[in-house]
Design a protein around this ligand. Sequence first.
Ligand SMILES: Nc1ncnc2c1ncn2[C@@H]1O[C@H](COP(=O)(O)OP(=O)(O)OP(=O)(O)O)[C@@H](O)[C@H]1O
Ligand SMILES: [Mg+2]
Length: 325
Amino acid sequence: MTEELKQTGATNAAARNSGGSVIRVKKLRKLYGDLAAVDGITFSVEPGETYGLLGPNGAGKTTTMRMLSGLSPSNSGSIEVAGINVVKDNRAVREVMGVVTQHDGLDGGLTVFQNLFLFGFLAGLSRKDSKNRANEVLEFFGLRGRSKDNTYELSGGMKRRLAIARSMMTSPKVIVMDEPSTGLDPQSRNRVWEELAVLKDAGVTVLLSTHYMEEATILCDRLSIMDNGKILDEGTPDQMIEHHAPKEVAQLRVAPAALRTVRDYLTEREITYREVGALVSVTGLNGDRPDLSGLSDVEGVRTSYRAGNLEDVFLTITGRELRDG
Ligand SMILES: Nc1ncnc2c1ncn2[C@@H]1O[C@H](COP(=O)(O)OP(=O)(O)OP(=O)(O)O)[C@@H](O)[C@H]1O
Ligand SMILES: [Mg+2]
């Protein structure tokens, strides 16, 4: 990933984008029967920005991405990508935008190099250009050593990296990625995050969806909280945390034998808490630590404090845990 990835190709998004937002979505709506899978969302993504749609299963993230990529028609609203009206011209957008879908869609019977080459060739590059570009992309993503491997032999993490690499074959200025690291182990996830950071450095505009708050915090310049087809709020991760999360959350790791005592203690003092497995989270009022001193001697209870995060934001805004799905 040392060599700078050149932005080539005549259909570069930048050439078409006359300035302003790279992605502009207004009042976008998609119905499946009676269900509004996407229910009137509005957001914009600026050049070079990484923007996240953060939401649980069924929030409408994939449906949004599919409409943006011109793969699925909308019921109403407008979508503009790099100056292209996607609602009217859903083919043109594919020339300027890279897409990484939730399921990689790689051809398992081909090698890593062949997957890249074929994708470029089918996208309109000449044989020579596609070959050169495939080599550049392999170099950029540190995949050169794997170029002759069969795709079906690759680990989940490698496949994901190849899918991201493939989206760069046509030198897009804007990429949409649906859950880039879902299902990956922590190490592979880190590699994917490193790759996305490199793309950002290269000036690529990225729209990604995720249900990992950590991913959103690390990667996104700005993000929306999405739930039930609606965007509930948007901002930088810091702004969202400042507006919607408590400054501090106490976390009690509680052994099963002590759970009753802890619940009674908190309930008696009208301290609100939530339980996820053996973890009891107590959300103090801003800056006001609830009095948990009476629990310090209880065997089987370990208390620690952490700063408010995007999961707390989601809970405040929706009343549900992000991980509930
Ligand atoms: N082809 C379809 N036909 C009918 N309903 C659909 C279809 N695709 C999606 N839906 C519904 O639309 C809603 C939004 O789905 P979508 O796949 O966009 O969610 P998501 O945020 O991507 O979720 P996940 O995190 O699980 O990928 C869900 O209620 C889903 O069941
Ligand atoms: Mg999805």
